[in-house]
Design a protein around this ligand. Structure first.
Ligand SMILES: NC(=O)c1ccc[n+]([C@@H]2O[C@H](COP(=O)([O-])OP(=O)(O)OC[C@H]3O[C@@H](n4cnc5c(N)ncnc54)[C@H](OP(=O)(O)O)[C@@H]3O)[C@@H](O)[C@H]2O)c1
Ligand SMILES: *[C@@H]1O[C@H](CO)[C@@H](O)[C@H](O)[C@H]1NC(C)=O
Length: 324
């Protein structure tokens, strides 16, 4: 008995130590934002990937604040389930939920989604580009893009472009881009953007999240003076379904799960910075920045490189068929 306890303590301690080493900067305690109940009344917000993780938690908070929340999701069943959950939690005075199909791995789907939004909505106050895919095996989108770049960057690139006129007619309006601190281990491989020569799934995730930051930088420059702002954020390490493609040995799974309970943020905690960028009067007029823990975050030079941002913009524009 006492041996078993000792073994458990040693193994448990070892895992906790390892996790500390792996995730050293994570500040676990997150203060939850408090806004008055009707902060988002009359506001329409689009959240991509709102059926799971950070997106679902964010949609739930916006609903509580009485927004009209458009959940842009690729799986109808999962979106309906999530909508039910957040409606149940939002209390008697809540906004409204609309589910709309959006598959960011298909430019056709992005175009169809935007056509419908442009026809049906009189305004969009906030667009949150949240959906993302992480370290999946090599696959291509419908249009032949490497999946992580295709979904995380290119799909959102076209989406934002096609909603921009409506956003400009809805000023003051905001675009919020969910990036990741893992941008730090990437660069934009302009010679092989679709990773056809060599696929490294970790690199491609980092590349796509750096692309999110460069997109934010260039878009903010183009939107100067229009009343539409765009800011990015990094949410920290959050307990979501993002790691679904990462293989963990069966025996290590319970330990990993326990460690994630201790060290990872809850989806609600992870949703605080995007919530802040969507709602706070403090960021009215602020644009082209990146935030973490509801504060401006200093970025590495590769994420503030105007020339790279412009170059990526032009290539992305060609890839999604906006220019030739
Ligand atoms: N969790 C973290 O620690 C962490 C850290 C840094 C940054 N982030 C970023 O946070 C964002 C949200 O991720 P999460 O952690 O909340 O993960 P998640 O629970 O896996 O949610 C990701 C969402 O993106 C959607 N999505 C994936 N591919 C899509 C596609 N082709 N079309 C439309 N939607 C698609 C997913 O839909 P399905 O459910 O249908 O797959 C899901 O709703 C991502 O951009 C991620 O890069 C997360
Ligand atoms: C894959 O990319 C990651 C992140 O850029 C890097 O740390 C790692 O060394 C790369 N792996 C290989 C096999 O090149």
């Amino acid at each position: 008995m006492s041996t078993a306890v000792l073994v458990a303590a040693v193994v448990g301690g070892g895992v906790l130590f390892l996790m500390r080493r792996l995730f050293p900067q994570q500040k676990k305690v997150v203060k939850l934002l408090q806004y008055s109940a009707d902060t988002m009344r009359g506001k329409t917000v689009i959240v991509t990937g709102a059926n799971s993780g950070i997106g679902k938690a964010l949609a739930g908070e916006l609903l509580k604040l009485q927004a009209r929340v458009i959940m842009a999701c690729r799986d109808q069943g999962s979106a309906e389930q999530a909508a039910q959950d957040i409606k149940k939690q939002a209390g008697p005075e809540q906004g409204e939920v609309v589910i709309k199909h959006l598959d960011l791995a298909s430019l056709r789907s992005v175009r169809k989604f935007c056509e419908e939004i442009n026809a049906e909505e009189s305004k969009i106050d906030i667009l949150v580009n949240n959906a993302g895919i992480f370290r999946c095996p090599y696959t291509k989108t419908e249009d032949g893009f490497e999946m992580q770049l295709g979904v995380n960057h290119l799909g959102h690139f076209l989406l934002t472009h096609l909603l921009l006129d409506l956003l400009k007619r809805s000023t003051p309006s905001r675009i919020v881009v969910v990036s990741s601190k893992l941008y730090k281990s990437g660069h934009i491989n302009f010679d092989d953007l679709n990773s056809e020569v060599n696929y490294n799934k970790s690199f491609c995730y980092s590349q796509s999240k750096l692309a999110n930051l460069l997109f934010t930088l260039e878009l903010a420059r183009q939107l100067e003076g229009t009343g539409v702002t765009v800011n990015a954020l990094t949410p920290g390490i959050v307990r979501t379904r993002l790691g679904r493609h990462v293989q963990i040995p069966l025996l290590a799974k319970p330990l990993f799960y326990l460690a994630s309970l201790v060290f990872f943020r809850s989806p609600l905690e992870g949703a605080q910075t995007p919530l802040y960028l969507a709602c706070s009067p403090e960021v009215e007029g602020v644009s082209g920045k990146c935030f973490a823990d509801c504060e401006e975050e200093e970025l590495m030079a590769k994420a503030t490189d105007d020339q790279a941002a412009k170059k990526l913009w032009d290539i992305s524009s060609r890839m999604v068929g906006l220019t030739n």
